[in-house]
Design a protein around this ligand. Sequence first.
Ligand code: DC
Length: 231
Amino acid sequence: MSKAASKLVIAIDGPAGAGKSTIASRLAKSFGYVNLESGAMYRALGLKAIEIGVSVGDGPALLALAKQSTIELEPTPEGNRVLLNHRDVSARIRERDVTDAASRVSTHPEVREWMVSRQREMGANGGVIMEGRDIGTVVFPNAEVKIFLDADPQIRERRRVTQANAQDNPARAEKLKQDLRERDRRDSTRAAAPLRAAEDAVHIDSSKMTIEEVIARAEAIVAEKLRQHGL
Ligand code: DC
């Protein structure tokens, strides 16, 4: 891949459990791009709020907390290593309480503004695949590639249960499904930058596709864009 090829910005948006991280990390490998998970930044702030005891309903206090924090994403072949004030919180931020806090923290316009400006700095030189909810609509409205990755709610719920290895635990499986439904509802109905597809995004519905099929489709979209840009 030529050096110039690393200049595009690729935005991948979609609801929880649609497979964004898997697709983004595979695309990053295929094209030599850096994969940045914007959700991990909201998760890191959610964790900090829990630890310090700041209410996830208090936007101004959360903004103040964000300003005192360093949140860094370090791309690795296994996904993003997430550092909160230089402490590795990559595993902790995937836990249930932080997942819930991240979704609540992300409803505040002042928090979003702060996050968006950090995310723009990270992607300023191109060569990035950024995944999230508002990347193609707000963070990088001029991204050369925009993919909106979706799947039926029941399918996403089932995938989440399988990922968590909870198939044989009906109570835990039901809890996971409820969490996903609630988070979806909050992420797509909040007033500030709710989850929605950019008008110029290419939609991929992964409900009836295998991961390899989705990757092949996404790779074809990126390859075509690179070709159009003479890369
Ligand atoms: O992608 P994720 O599950 O790690 O995201 C965690 C939460 O952060 C999600 O519930 C909504 C929020 N989020 C957001 O509002 N905007 C983004 N660009 C990414 C995530």
